[in-house]
Design a protein around this ligand. Sequence first.
Ligand code: SAH
Length: 510
Amino acid sequence: MADSSQPLVYLVGAGPGDPGLLTLRAVECLAQADVVVYDKLVPSRLLQHAPPTARRVCVTDLPGHHPHQWPHIQRLLIDEARQGKCVVRLKGGDPFLFGRGGEEAEALRQAGIPYEVVPGVTAALGAAACAGIPLTHRDRASAVALVTGHEDPSKPGSLLDWSLLARFPGTLVIYMGIGRLGVIVPELLRHGCAAETPAAAIQWATTGEQRTVTAPLAELPGAVQAAGLGPPAIVIIGPVAQLREQLGWFEQRPLWGKRILVTRPRAQAHELIRRLEILGAIPVLLPTVEVREPADWAPVDRALTALSSYQWLVFTSANGVHFFLRRLRQRGADLRVLGGVRLAAIGPATADALRQYHLEPDLVPSEYRSERLAEALAPHVAGRRVLLARADRGREVLRQELSAIAEVEQVAVYSQVDVVAAEPQVLDALSRGAIDYVTVTSSNIARALDRVLDEPSRERLRSGQVAVVSISPVTSAAVRELGWRVAAEASEYTTAGVVAALVRLAKTPD
Ligand code: SAH
């Protein structure tokens, strides 16, 4: 609920598409939202910054169609704010550039509702940066005009004078004009713009889907049509557009344009997705398992009560660490109860999870694998009591090996469940060959993936038409058991290792 001294409605720019281009202020506003009203073009991942309990409304779900929708949007903002709710109106790019943010602010002002405007990275800036086209340049352009291409140039009452724009001494950036280039370009040429003026059109700028077409102005409409570019796109006209040849960088990133299936649980997929995006890939999420609270906390609670009777506490996943420590806190205890127990972590990600709580593991095996963990623990645990905190399913190697020499208690601190049905669009993309790589980060995930796939997709994995990248030798063995080929395996058994393996694979000529 909003603090009464704060504005009630935030008109927030969501940036041009890359979720990393949201401002810190936007994140602050989203974090306190009771209601988020967002545009269709806004990347859905940004909504994760809002509390899970916040109401989320996409404007396309409101009655009417553009522009009849606008009164409904304004009504909604006002009604929610009047109920004391903190409302975030999340708009593509910047709210005050071609997004009717001005009209929304006017409506709020008339209704007497306080608001704050949070600027965003507008599409022109995102497109220019990611196409490698500086909008100004000492030798080429000292001014920029941001123009809408939506208005009909022949329409009486148009605010735009294309004869003046044709003589504009600088860079022209046209929003919403990609479908009207057949009218706009002849108009500019007719009024004196040189036919050979460098020009570029950039679609889905700043995202893995970005496509760019460059051509001399007179040829741009034909080139755009031939390439099949459509909205949303930005058109940049002026001598600066030529700089792309030297300054383009976006398409040179190692995973650029590769569609990569991420099969981790939704709540844990973010890190891998972000690493892939930054390298230019188009991550596609298909969670195959989800983690939940264990069916029964009683065994965990008993172990927590008896913690001082154990000499070792062993974690085999970052999830195990988080669920165990959360339960410990829920029961009113704190880290001091771990004072007498030594800690082991199976690998680097698990060790990092412990460090998040300022706990340094006493033991991490040199190779991230149950067998190595058992070997490393063996000299320390003979005749001792060992507590294994883990998922309710998984390999039994550790317990089996340690039970021979130590007193081992194993408790399920979380439960791993298969996702029952995969998103049909993702399965469709996989079976059509529209996915380049499939990442598999555990044996359980491999088996769960197999269960949700349809036969055409499975066949692609079997034949190696889609390259499978696995996190470790154990996971690769599980993948091969399913009859699929493994195209690459991480040498460090972490998500960073998977990404490095993908980069190596992408560099290898087909
Ligand atoms: N307020 C927004 C603009 C809204 S108008 C902003 O500041 O960016 C919608 C137009 O923005 C689209 O027709 C297109 O011209 C442009 N646009 C938005 N996102 C884009 C993207 N990712 N790539 C290219 N153009 C984009």
